[in-house]
Design a binder for this molecule. Structure first.
Ligand code: HAS
Length: 543
């Protein structure tokens, strides 16, 4: 990676890890409170801490890490950024950082305890929404820098399909740009005017629908960089080859198509949306599972073909040829394994009938701690172990490698206990997003308490895991021995067919996305606006 680009990428990654520290600390406090054994000191509110946890980890850690990683990946595979693109990247970075500081400030002073989904009619200080809008606008600016960089590479290399990692970054930023229009619309057109008192109320259903139009593709914006590591980096780390460049591109294009028109699966229990539209979006949700299944197939194929090339003959014999003592492989691999139950849980959530059982229970929290907080986050940690030293000109030493393996084990055990308890007690009806309560001495609520204590035990282990990963990152940033660390980029198999050029038909892909979004949203969205005019029950006045 070019040295100047490395600074840009590192700036993003440092903010991401600061967010991990503050957000992780809030998560730790929260599980302790929910166990019923601890109370927060000094009038700090449970929902204040929960909002900081959600915003800093789900929105800030992810967005900053992803943009930093993608800038580094594009510089590595499509050459150094032009001065203009790099400057644009820095402008995006500073706008996002100022926005993050503003939003965090209002959460920490207790003026924005509205959780990371900020559902109306909860209302925060206007500074919270302005900060969020700045984060989104900053990320768009960085996205444009990436599009410009890819376009420049294409111009310089006519007749060639763009490098795989750069191609994937462009898909991810296109997905992000299209979906974040929804959250920008609700923040700018609904929340800010309402908070400033310019409008009398807010159409709750419209705001939630715009949020989930953004909220589900958001989870794939988190997932796709993890898939970039799995498809492009892991084959090189294990010494194998990318199973199929075309399959990897195809799965990313399918994510672009199907990750957006599916937001209603978060609103299955909500009145005001007809069952037909919910059904259509559930079908589209099942479509978005396909590229994940293609990824699972591809990863198994990469591992098996590598093992067979080393002489494995039995059904699972290839497993023993994988580099189990290399944290760059093992840590993301644990993330892959966690996605098997994590993804199965997603299928349960998406089924309309089963959703009635788990919606708004702590099962959902268990689901996203397996998906984002294990699959994605462990892959990001595994990537940071080579990316940070590559960018700082240091080395990932044997001792740090050992510590990284210990970290991943602590994380996995802690998460198994915490997320397992959440899934289980969710089936007994324990609600999510609630502080500790015995619900007036209810017998059912008493049954939940042992699981809440288990969550506190698992959550404490996760906090230890955060301290360990931060120690490793600080070493890699400033103290590890100087040297060169590889940015691993896999190559396709020698026998692979040439990747067809049509993958770069961006206008075709974007047109299909727009058609699918219009199909899934235009009629129900029009109904929402028509059926809840200002003053009606669906149009909530501020209490
Ligand atoms: Fe989800 C709620 C449905 C994936 C995150 N999800 C959430 C929320 C979050 C979240 C944050 O339909 C809560 C939002 C809130 O605050 O209210 N989710 C799905 C479905 C999938 C899915 C169908 N979710 C994710 C991912 C996330 C994430 C990824 C973050 C990164 N989710 C839902 C639904 C809800 C929901 C409903 C709403 C619930 C409600 O009522 O509120 C699918 O994309 C999952 C497909 C994945 C698979 C797994 C493929 C396996 C792979 C691993 C291969 C392993 C290998 C190694 C190769 C089918 C790729 C193995 C080697 C060995 C040797 C074993």
């Amino acid at each position: 990676v070019n040295k100047k680009d490395a600074k840009l990428a590192l700036a993003h990654i440092i903010v991401a890890f600061i967010a991990l520290f503050i957000g992780g600390l809030c998560g730790f406090l929260q599980v302790l409170v929910r166990s019923g054994k601890v109370q927060l000191p000094g009038g700090i509110g449970y929902y204040q801490v929960l909002t900081a946890h959600g915003v800093l980890l789900a929105l800030v850690l992810t967005t900053f890490f992803i943009i930093g990683f993608q800038f580094a990946g594009m510089s590595r595979t499509a050459g150094a950024l032009s001065n203009k693109a790099r400057l644009t990247g820095w402008i995006g970075f500073w706008i996002m950082t100022i926005g993050t500081a503003l939003t965090t400030f209002y959460i920490l002073i207790g003026k924005a305890s509205v959780l990371y989904t900020f559902y109306a009619p909860l209302q925060a200080h206007v500074g919270f929404y302005i900060g969020l809008a700045l984060v989104v606008v900053g990320s768009w600016i960085s996205g444009f820098a990436m599009f410009a960089h890819y376009a420049r590479w294409k111009k310089q290399n006519p007749g060639q399909v763009g490098p795989l990692l750069s191609f994937m970054s462009v898909v991810n930023m296109a997905l992000w740009l299209i979906c974040s229009l929804g959250v920008a619309a609700t923040v700018l057109l609904q929340f800010i005017p309402w908070t400033l008192g310019w409008t009398e109320g807010i159409n709750v259903l419209v705001s939630r629908t715009l949020f989930w139009y953004f909220g589900h593709p958001l989870v794939y914006f988190w997932l796709l960089p993890a898939y970039m590591v799995w498809y492009v980096v892991i084959p090189k780390v294990i010494g194998g080859k990318i199973f199929s460049d075309s399959l990897a591109r195809m799965s990313f294009i399918l994510f672009l198509f199907f990750s957006i028109p599916v937001g209603f699966h978060h609103q299955l229990t909500e009145p005001g949306i007809s069952p037909t539209w919910k059904y259509i979006q559930v079908v589209l949700t099942l479509m978005v599972v396909i590229p994940s299944l293609m990824t699972a197939f591809s990863m198994f194929a990469t591992f098996e073909r590598f093992g067979r090339s080393k002489g494995a003959t039995s059904l699972f014999g290839w497993l023993k040829f994988l580099p189990w003592n290399d944290a760059r492989f093992l840590v993301p691999f644990i993330g892959m394994v966690a996605f098997i139950p994590g993804g199965a849980g997603g299928l349960i959530n998406a089924s309309h009938q089963l959703n009635q059982v788990i919606h708004n229970t702590i099962w959902v929290t268990g689901h996203f701690h397996l998906t984002i907080a294990t699959t994605v986050v462990l892959t990001f940690f595994g990537a940071a172990y080579w990316l940070v030293p590559h960018l700082t000109g240091r080395t990932f030493t044997k001792q740090l490698n050992q510590l990284a393996i210990v970290q991943a084990v602590v994380w996995s055990v802690g998460m198994t206990i915490m997320s397992g308890a959440m899934h289980w007690v969710g089936l007994y009806g324990a609600p999510r997003r609630s502080s500790f309560s015995d619900y007036g001495g209810s017998a059912q609520a008493a049954d939940w308490i042992p699981y809440q204590i288990a969550q506190a035990v698992g959550g404490s282990m996760l906090f230890l895991g955060i301290i360990l990963v931060l120690y490793i990152i600080v070493q890699l940033l400033w103290f590890a021995p100087k040297g060169e660390e590889e940015f691993p980029i896999g190559e396709a198999e020698e026998t692979a067919e040439k990747t067809p050029l049509f993958f770069d038909k961006w206008w075709l892909w974007i047109t299909i996305v727009v058609v699918l979004i219009l199909l899934a949203y235009s009629i129900p969205f029009t109904h929402m606006i028509q059926e809840a005019p200002p003053g009606s029950p669906g149009y909530n006045r501020l209490c």
